[in-house]
Design a protein around this ligand. Sequence first.
Ligand code: AP5
Length: 215
Amino acid sequence: MNLILLGPPGAGKGTQAKTLAKNLSVAHISTGDILRQNVADGTELGKQAKDFMSKGLLVTDELVIKMVGNRLGQADTKNGFILDGFPRTIAQAQALDKLLDERKLKIDYVIDLDTSEAVIIQRLSGRLACKGCNYNFHVKNMPPKVAGVCDNCSGELYQRVDDKEETIKKRLEVYRKESAPLIEFYAAKNNLQRVPADDEAGLVLERVIKLVEKR
Ligand code: AP5
């Protein structure tokens, strides 16, 4: 099963993708997580991406497409994958089509997590991310059992640099301009499914599972 999760920043793509990937035994490919790891490791890719990310801007298509191409070649994608945060521009979606054709793969569902702006701001301003395993928590919505400590790997929780109010606004602006057109792009291909995602994470997960089980 190969899925794409679309949705604005804070829609819950990462939260849903991590659980779904476990349930479906497929790889979770988050371009945001891969880029943040590269920034933390100080790699050449991380150095090129860092400024764009901290300003809430998109990293160049060229860098991200190459990164995803490499990732799709790894063994753990054999059973399928969930793309979280990619594609994010029409150029990325067209490049993905090419990458999939080369590998004789297809996307089963493109799921758009439909979320309102007020919910997004509440979620992002309270998000805590794990330095170790990238799990997401929230100070109110999904607090960790022990403050500052990840339930999953006991790693340290931190606030992402791009979760400051000004940067959240910028990311939403970039989403509307660059990424929202993907909804039309995939609707025209007839594989877009919209899932209401303002509700609590368990309910959203149930909706997504019901959808993928129909296949
Ligand atoms: P990325 O990490 O992909 O950020 P994003 O798309 O802005 O998405 P988020 O991670 O902010 O949100 P999410 O939808 O995953 O929500 P989450 O599950 O965490 O990208 C970061 C940056 O990297 C980009 O700005 C760009 O610079 C670069 N980049 C990445 N991909 C790129 C690409 N393809 N091209 C170019 N540049 C790229 O949930 C948010 C919070 O809400 C959490 O606290 C969570 O606990 C809580 N929550 C989640 N679901 C619920 C729920 N249902 N109810 C209550 N709380 C919830």
